[in-house]
Design a protein. Structure first.
Length: 309
């Protein structure tokens, strides 16, 4: 069996920037074992498989795999999948906005795709989350040591460090300057000797409300014991927690807020994530997360029959 695959860069409109995602549409004949093998062979951040077992017009089933395991949820594969559906001709996008639904393990996800001349230009998906926020966090000295930054880099004037979970916990740390985010380096020994492991968060979202780029309001970066020292992974999955974090402060007024978060820099696969949130001071928060995508490669992959595996 031979299937077409597409390599996209997500949360960017520039090739060789943003987040790499491989997309395989028309994947109805593949089982989980084959998907794992394919994701390991393609060996990009995430490979997403799209199927339409019930032959529906605007609903598709998605499965996501890293080279190591199946992924429960991530934002950039959703953007990549919707974008690729238009490129491969599975769905014809009219000018304006087309609504889709993606079925995932976590439930059904609503998608809006903006298109121009039939080509997707912007993809946005909706989420409703019920955040849990805890103010028990490590001391500034511990944070500065495990992040290799100065204690005076940490912002206490407008923000503060908090633990936020929308199903996956993040330790969210605010700093004053963009350079502090970019120059931070995770120190595993300092982490293991701090109170951080007791928070249950295995990833730290370090952010600054300053960025040199005019199309973003915040710069963010993920660090942690399971993230390589030179890695700068996608922050899309952390945006639900970050939006909930912003809503946990008294200065955030009720209403609809829009902002953009960038990751990386001009030389390191910069990406831009657009976020809308409807804050009503309730236990749940409605979010819309979106971005652009660009195709960088396409090809074919041959899959052995199940009897030959």
């Amino acid at each position: 069996m031979t299937l077409n695959y597409y390599i996209t860069n997500v949360f960017t409109d520039q090739p060789f920037a943003g987040d790499q995602v491989a997309v395989i549409p028309f994947a109805e004949q593949l089982d989980n074992h084959q998907m794992r093998l394919i994701a390991k062979e393609i060996n990009v951040d995430i490979t997403v498989f799209i199927s339409n077992p019930d032959n529906q017009a605007s609903t598709r089933t998605l499965k996501m795999f890293s080279p190591l395991a199946e992924i429960e949820f991530a934002g950039h594969p959703i953007i990549a999948a919707a974008y690729t559906l238009g490129l491969c001709g599975d769905i014809i996008f009219k000018d304006g906005i087309t609504s889709l639904s993606f079925i995932r393990n976590i439930g059904e996800i609503d998608i809006n795709v903006s298109a121009n001349n039939g080509t997707p230009t912007f993809v946005q998906f909706s989420r409703k989350v019920s955040p849990v926020i805890d103010r028990f966090t490590p001391l500034d000295l511990e944070l500065s040591q495990l992040l290799s930054i100065g204690t005076d880099d940490i912002d206490h004037k407008k923000y503060s460090t908090r633990l936020v979970s929308c199903g996956f916990p993040y330790l969210i740390v605010p700093v004053w300057k963009y350079d502090a985010v970019r120059n931070a380096s995770f120190n595993f020994n300092a982490w293991s000797q701090s109170a951080a492991p007791q928070t249950a968060a295995q990833e730290i979202l370090l952010f600054s409300p300053k960025t040199p780029f005019k199309d973003a309001d915040f710069n963010a970066r993920l660090l942690g014991p399971n993230i390589g020292s030179h890695d700068d992974p996608s922050v899309g999955a952390a945006m639900s927690a970050f939006a909930s974090y912003l809503c946990s402060f008294d200065f955030t007024q009720e209403g609809t807020h829009t902002f953009a978060v960038d990751r990386g820099d001009a030389n390191h696969r910069r990406s831009v994530i657009d976020v809308e949130m409807d804050y009503k001071a309730e236990s749940t928060l409605n979010l819309r997360i979106g971005g652009k995508a660009v195709l960088v490669a396409e090809g074919q992959i041959s899959i052995p029959s199940k009897n030959n595996e």
